[in-house]
Design a protein around this ligand. Structure first.
Ligand code: SF4
Ligand code: SF4
Length: 172
């Protein structure tokens, strides 16, 4: 499915197509990341934030949910406490049921898709972890320090993919 973009560029929301395109463009995207690293960090934040806001306004996350299905989410201590509370469980009970330690010792959801995903929607939306609220993290400052993460999100997230494509066009 393609949605029109105000500037005239097309927004691609088809997840299969996005994965194929991002895979095919891996080398080109890696080179573009290297180029972006030479840009002014503040200007880059402004461009990425501006473009990603426009893109996000045209993508319905409720119809996508790919991050909830594909990524391993790492809630912090406050997130875990809030989630346990929302589910009327003791924190230790919530952790035992849903969490594990990853290879660096962080607490992560032990299942993928996320166990909070029910019928394609987040069942704890109001209490979801902070990282879920800001994913794909393109409106946060200092994107230049997170370009590796941006690259790895291109195959997963239509917002990240389209923002990156439009950023490439800006420099074409
Ligand atoms: S907590 Fe909700 S928003 Fe976050 S990954 Fe799970 S289902 Fe998605
Ligand atoms: S943040 Fe990205 S991957 Fe997650 S639901 Fe929205 S468009 Fe899909």
């Amino acid at each position: 499915m393609e949605l029109s973009f105000e500037s005239g560029s097309a927004i691609i929301a088809d997840l299969n197509l996005i994965e194929k395109m991002a895979t095919r463009q891996e080398e080109e995207n890696q080179n573009f990341i290297s180029f972006l690293k030479s840009r002014n960090p503040l200007e880059l934040d402004q461009w990425v934030s501006e473009i990603s806001k426009d893109v996000a306004a045209q993508i319905d996350c409720k119809k996508c949910g790919n991050c909830c299905r594909s990524l391993t989410v790492a809630p912090d201590y406050q997130d875990i406490s809030r989630l346990a509370n929302a589910l009327q469980q003791e924190t230790h009970e919530f952790k035992r049921k849903y969490m594990r330690r990853d290879h660096v010792g962080d607490m992560v959801f032990k299942q993928r898709p996320c166990p909070m995903l029910k019928n394609g929607l987040c069942s704890v939306y109001e209490d979801r972890p902070k990282t879920c609220r800001t994913y794909p993290h393109l409106e946060k400052n200092n994107v230049i320090s997170r370009l590796g993460n941006v690259l790895s999100n291109l195959k997963v997230c239509p917002i990240a993919f389209n923002t990156f494509e439009l950023l490439k066009l800006r420099f074409a």
